[in-house]
Each structure stands twice: as structure tokens, then as C-alpha cells.
Write a protein that binds this ligand. Sequence first.
Ligand SMILES: Nc1nc2c(ncn2[C@@H]2O[C@H](COP(=O)(O)OP(=O)(O)OP(=O)(O)O)[C@@H](O)[C@H]2O)c(=O)[nH]1
Ligand SMILES: [Mg+2]
Length: 374
Amino acid sequence: MTILLIVAILAFVVLVALGLVASTALRRRSSGVEVEPPPTEVAGPEVARPEVAEAPPAEAPPAEVEEVLGPPEVAAPPRLRDRLGKARNLLATRVSSVLARSGIDEETWEELEEALITADVGVSTTTSLLDGLRTRVKAGEITGPDVLLEALKSDLKAIVGRGDHTLRQEPGSTNVWLFVGVNGVGKTTTIGKVGMREAAEGRSVVMAAGDTFRAAATEQLALWADRVEADLVRGSEGGDPGSVLFDAVQRAVARGNDLVLVDTAGRLHTKVNLMEELKKVRRVAERSPAQLSEVLLVLDATTGQNGLVQARQFSDAVGVTGVVLTKLDGTAKGGIAVAVVADMGLPIKLVGLGESAADLVPLDADEFVEALFA
Ligand SMILES: Nc1nc2c(ncn2[C@@H]2O[C@H](COP(=O)(O)OP(=O)(O)OP(=O)(O)O)[C@@H](O)[C@H]2O)c(=O)[nH]1
Ligand SMILES: [Mg+2]
């Protein structure tokens, strides 16, 4: 009897174990673990053509949430004064001894000259500014150090404020804004920030990944396109940036989009082929059905006077319409803003004050110069 009972228990245990094994196998099969991976696509010659990538579909929100979804919102912009970092106070410290003197003498001029050059204003702009002020002192128009400093500030404000500071857009057309500049200055980040601003204003944006030299560059832009909910048009690595622009414009025109923001490669400006490449990209934009309304040179303010050399080369090659001065929040000394406008006659359209979307603001000349002396 006992033996029979033991045999029955053993048989039951074996049956239960077999059942468990069978159900695990079934579960595996249905979860696809044993399914073969899909065949990899073979790259043919047509892969070199840029392909259009849709902005990745957002996860479907509940119906009532969908109603309130609008364009992406940009946080409140930072104040120039709060972000100017190293630039702020630089001139104030340097010129404090000028104010401490009872009158205007040779030492006054030497101190002002040194202060301006140290702040990156540049030799030629400094010389012409001080020559103008000397003449006014001689004419008896400027009488004391405090009036002299106010006159200098007002001259600096007039320079920084020169030119058209708006980003031009022809209403009713698809506008192309081309972003150029050497590597690492902040082109891709600036495109992301500009895209956020424009989308928040209700404009439809297409981003063209014209930096085809590095795959990572496209991925970086794709992240911004995702945030902006912009379409991204990309090419294959090493592909023709002109074709990327062409395809982006075709797509934007067909859909009636307002803006195509074109990223470009930033290899060293001393390499002739980069300039040649950019010239071609510009020509494609000019011949396209869209309106090439801005060619924006992105300059890193921390590179100081070297930025001017870049500005000249890019201007000669692609006809720059304005400057975006980035990284003014870092170690930049700020005077480069004066030099760019005075030496190159290029307006500063926007300044970068940090890495996040809100940290790109129009340059308020008065606030900027006051901050340098505050
Ligand atoms: N602090 C600060 N950092 C910035 C600003 N603008 C851009 N950056 C940073 O600068 C670095 C380079 O920016 P990118 O946008 O990749 O520069 P790029 O010109 O596209 O560089 P390449 O694609 O290599 O030519 C990134 O770490 C950005 O976050 C700014 O205004 N302030
Ligand atoms: Mg880039």
C-alpha cells in the first residue's frame, strides 16, 4: 500500500515537471526569442542619395491631452547681465583708475587703450574709438573722466547696435537659413535653439543635416529635431551636403513649411575644400525654389580676435548676412562683439548664453555694453 502511494506521488511529481517544461517552451516561442532576426538591408548605390527621415512619431497621448499639445515651449530667456560671466566687469575694473583721476591726461588714454584691447575690441577699432574721443576732448566737448567714459560707452553701444538684427523671413515663402562656421563653435546647438524659438512662434521648421562628414553630427541634430518636432532630412555619411539641402527644400516647399535650417560641416576654415563645399551648398540654395534669406556665421566668442579671421574667410566664400556669437557665458571677454561689427560690418543677430534651448537671445546693445562696464 505504502509502496503504491509512493509510486503515485512520484508519478504526479514527474507529470507536473513535464507540464512546466512544456509551458516554458511555448512562452518562449510566442515571445519571438527563437524567431530569426530580420535580414539586414544591403546598401546599394542609391544609399548615397539623401533620404528623408520623418520626425519620429510621438507616443500617442490620451485623446484629451492631444487637444492641448501646442508648439514646443521655450523657457524664459536669461538676462544678458546675469550670464556674461567673465566679460562682465572686465572694463569696469580696468577703467576704475581712469575715473579716479582728476582730469584727462596721457595716462588716461593709455589705460583706456589697454582696457579695450584686453577686452578683445581689437587694435584698429580701439584706435579709431580713442581718436574720435580725443578730438572731442580737444574741442572742449568732453571735459572730465566721467563724461569721457559715458561717451565711450555710447560709442560702443552705437557700434554693437549697428545693422539689421532681425532674422529675415519672407512671409508666404519657404526660407532657407544656412549656418556656417568652424568646428565646435556651436552651429548644431544654435540650429536646435533657433528651431525651438521659431517653432514656439508657430512656424514650421525642417532641419537639413548638411554636416555629412560625421554620422554623430546628424544624430546630434536628430535629437533637436525630435524636441522641436521638426522634420529632419539627412544624407548618408560622406554624402553630398548640396543634395541634402536640395531634398530638404523640395520637401519643405511641397508641404508649405516656413523654414529650412541647414547645418553644415565645420572642418578647419583653412582647408579650401570646406569653403568650396559651402559655396556649392549656397548655389544649390540660390537655385532652389526657396528663398535663401540668411547665411549666419556662428562664432565662438571665447576665440577672441581669431574669430575675425574666420569671419573674413566665410564672408568671402559664402556672403555672410549676420553673426551668431556663442559662448558669451564662458570665458569670453566680450569685446569681440564690438570688433565683429566695426571691422566686418556684420550685424550680430543672436548671442548664445548657455547650452539649453532658452539660452539664445537677441543682442541688446545697451544692456550688453552696460554689462561690460557694470
Ligand atoms: N556655454 C555654452 N556652450 C555652448 C553654446 N553654444 C554651444 N555650446 C556648446 O558648444 C559645444 C559645441 O557645439 P556644437 O553645436 O556641437 O558645435 P558645432 O559648431 O556644430 O560643431 P561641429 O559640428 O563639430 O562643427 C557643445 O557642447 C554645445 O553645447 C553657448 O552659447 N554657451
Ligand atoms: Mg555640428
